[in-house]
Design a protein around this ligand. Structure first.
Ligand SMILES: [Zn+2]
Length: 777
């Protein structure tokens, strides 16, 4: 009775176990298609990921006149916006972004960032607790219609709603005239993307004018008006259009800008014009339009007059410029595959950055344009400019970067690579998001992730030994191994991300690398990525359009990967749990019986050993002795004539192939894998054989589709295996490589000798942007 109960219990447990396993394996959860997580396709956006047959987007043209007051570091502007309603919707009001308002003293962004008192605080941090009372932010002087009549408007933080007197019908356009001024902010203090920097040694400024004019917000088919407030974090969502901009600045300033200088003949000296013509023919070494000696001369005095620089740009979603008397300016032409004319790569930099920028900046710009063009679309704009401004930020055709030398002109290798990395990154942003124009306010990763991925490829082509910060999969493993409370999916709104740089830049980029190197292969991925750029150049794509295009163009089911990598915080940790080694029985009694006999003897001595341990348990001992008598009285492994005849009959029944496989002493390995981290991945198995040679098997991730937690896979290898390593090149971001080998190879844990650096900033806000810390965004 008792025994029966035990058996029943055991069966019950087995039953529960088996049942639990079925539930845990979550059959289908990770491999079901994305469809329900994506927006429904429409006439505006097709299920293929391409723009639909009725795709539309708004257009905004700008005519702007701006004056830079160098004495008060103030900018005054007047603009005419012509807004085209290409949507099928009638509009009663327009939203205009006033991003500079983020620095108004009463802006909410100063209030809702949690803060705390730390053991050590700087004066700046203390002052930050009290807000500021600087007169920063836009002063809107007037908003008028085409006839000069006032328009009604309301300003909510960084967004201005202009109410229309009559409905703006589909297909119609409207003209707005706005006048404003604002104090440019000191970039280093305000943490702003644009503003000014003062150089006390020579009393000069470098101005970077960004977000400097009221800009049309995006109205789209997928979210109507994007009037989400600017908080300093989530970047910009802007409308494409044409620009005609006149900047009046001190007459000894040099202005670099989005677009093409249309009054070069009247504003450049004849010597500068000659150098410019020379630069247009130069493809290897940049030509200086303004030399170092001339820039140094410029710094010494301040002109009292002004000059008006006139720039024009077509099909851009924003417009930025820089102005200073400190600038050296160089330029050269760039040959772009698939483009008949040659755009100009240019740089503007002060003497403080001369050592690095003179050698590398314009060449890095040219290299970036060429590489990105190969992977996406031929660079379509007439110029691409790198400006040294001690921080990194991107705009159409122009970007601000960092990289200054020591006072004696020398520099550390890390500063050089840092500068080149930021230049590649910011120039690369021309493609994502300036041309392939995703919504930065909503999705940081859509431009930063794609751009960081391209930056990695471009750095690799610049120098195969480039010290990459981000890109390869293994670099993101430590982030993905963090406690889940410190993680969020890549599909998280820009404002809400904790690990900004790791999440939106590095993890998003590593995901594309894994798709390219591990899941699709380069040929299929590169075609699909190019197709995404081609389809969405000068348009507004969403994440759905990217995911759908990558699959549409490759025939690789990537839904499981997109779901896991972009929508969850699971990490990759696949373990080799066990490996069993088999050899095939020949069935020849003369070969097999001695082996079996040897094994039986071993198991008998094992039994004897057990018996010795089982002291006092007489029952078993007696039983064993009886068994022993039986074994010694009858040799079951004697090769009898009957056994031989049976083997001969078996052998005669074999085909040649079957006989060969029995004869070649192949090794069979059965590997048990478990999915510890949660993210499924292909199994990349490296075999090391007894003779030292190696071989790699790549098993698609589909192996996990029926059991997402545990799989077994058998392999046949001619040679004997001494070591098995999973993901030997660390291409899947596996967070624990100690369980990746069999037999286990324990890696020594590393610990560091910690040396306290007195006064170093402690507990830097974990929300701050690492790209920004390294001088880039
Ligand atoms: Zn960036």
């Amino acid at each position: 009775m008792k025994r029966l109960w035990l058996i029943t219990m055991a069966m019950t447990f087995m039953g529960v176990g088996a049942f639990a396993q079925v539930v845990n394996s979550n059959h289908g959860k990770r491999f079901e298609q994305l469809e329900r997580m994506l927006r429904d396709p429409s006439v505006y956006r097709s299920a293929s990921g391409a723009p639909g047959p009725q795709y539309w987007q708004q257009k905004a043209d700008y005519k702007i006149e701006a004056t830079l007051d160098d004495e008060n570091q103030r900018l005054t502007g007047a603009e005419t916006i012509t807004y085209y309603n290409n949507s099928p919707d009638p509009l009663e009001y327009l939203w205009i972004a006033l991003d500079e308002n983020v620095r108004k003293p009463d802006n909410d962004s100063y209030k809702y960032e949690p803060s705390s008192i730390r053991p050590r605080m700087t004066y700046g941090q203390l002052e930050g607790l009290d807000g500021h009372d600087n007169d920063w932010g836009f002063h809107i002087m007037e908003v008028k219609d085409a006839k000069g009549a006032d328009m009604k408007y309301i300003i909510n933080q960084t967004m201005m709603r202009v109410d229309l007197k009559s409905t703006l019908k589909p297909g119609a356009k409207i003209e707005l005239n706005i006048k404003w001024w604002y104090n440019t902010t000191p970039r280093a203090i305000s943490g702003a993307r644009g503003g000014h920097e003062y150089f006390p040694e020579d009393g000069n400024y470098i101005y970077t004018l960004t977000g400097w004019f009221p800009r049309m917000a995006v109205y789209s088919d997928f979210q109507g008006w994007n009037n989400k407030q600017f908080t300093g974090r989530g970047e910009f969502a802007l409308t494409f259009g044409d620009y005609d901009v006149k900047m009046t600045v001190p007459s000894d300033h040099v202005v670099g800008s989005t677009g093409v200088l249309s009054n070069a003949k009247s504003i450049l000296t004849s010597e500068q014009q000659k150098r410019w013509s020379q630069a247009q023919k130069e493809l290897v070494e940049p030509v200086k339009i303004v030399t170092l000696e001339e820039a140094k001369e410029n710094e010494k005095t301040k002109a009292s007059g002004t000059k008006t620089w006139h720039y024009k740009a077509e099909d851009v979603r924003d417009f930025a410029w820089t102005s200073s008397r400190k600038f050296v300016w160089d330029a050269m032409a760039v040959e772009i595959e698939g483009r008949s004319d040659k755009p100009m790569a240019m740089s503007y930099y002060a003497k403080e950055a001369y050592g690095i920028y003179e050698r590398y900046s314009t060449k890095a710009v040219a290299h970036t344009l060429r590489t990105y063009s190969n992977f996406t679309i031929p660079y379509p704009y007439p110029v691409a400019i790198s400006v040294e401004a001690s921080n990194g930020m991107e705009y159409p055709m122009i970007c601000f970067n960092y990289g200054r030398t020591l006072p004696d002109g020398s520099y550390a290798e890390s500063t050089k690579y840092g500068a080149i990395g930021v230049i590649i990154h910011e120039v690369g942003h021309n493609f994502f998001p300036m041309i392939v124009n995703s919504d930065e306010r909503q999705w940081t990763w859509m431009d930063e992730g794609l751009n960081t991925f391209m930056q990695y490829l471009t750095e690799q082509e610049f120098d195969p030994n480039y010290p990459h910060r981000r890109g390869p999969a293994h670099k993101i493993a430590p982030y993905m191994a963090l406690p889940k409370t410190q993680l969020e999916p890549i599909m998280t709104n820009s404002e809400n991300i904790i690990g900004f740089g790791n999440n939106a830049y590095a993890k998003a980029a590593a995901g594309l690398n894994i798709l390219r190197e591990t899941i699709m292969g380069r040929e299929l991925f590169d075609f699909a990525f190019k197709e995404y750029a081609r389809r969405w150049a000068f348009k507004h794509p969403t994440p759905d359009d990217l995911f759908r295009t990558l699959e549409d163009a490759s025939a690789v089911d990537i839904d499981w990967f997109i779901k896991g990598w972009y929508f969850t915080i699971d990490n990759v940790d696949i373990a080799i749990d066990d490996v069993k080694w088999y050899q095939l029985s020949t069935k020849n009694p003369e070969i097999e019986y001695p082996i079996l006999k040897e094994r039986a003897k071993n198991s008998q001595s094992q039994m004897a050993a057990n018996r010795n341990r089982a002291e006092g348990r007489k029952f078993y001992v007696e039983e064993d002795e009886r068994l022993q008598d039986f074994y010694y009285s009858y040799d079951q492994f004697e090769v009898t004539d009957q056994a031989k005849a049976a083997y001969e009959r078996f052998d005669a029944s074999l085909s040649d192939d079957e006989r060969a496989i029995l004869g070649d002493k192949a090794n069979f390995y059965e590997i048990e894998f478990s999915n510890v981290g949660g993210l499924v991945m292909p199994l990349i198995i490296e075999w090391t054989f007894a003779d030292g040679s190696k071989e790699v098997d790549r098993i698609p991730a589909y192996i996990w589709r029926k059991n997402e937690e545990k799989v077994t896979k058998a392999f046949m290898k001619k040679k004997q295996v001494v070591q098995i390593t999973l993901d030997p090149d660390r291409e899947t971001a596996d967070t624990d490589v100690e369980n990746n080998s069999f037999p286990r190879i324990n890696k020594p844990s590393r610990f560091e000798l910690f040396k306290s650096r007195g006064g170093a900033a402690r507990g830097q806000s974990s929300g701050s942007n690492p790209m920004q810390r390294a001088g880039g965004r």
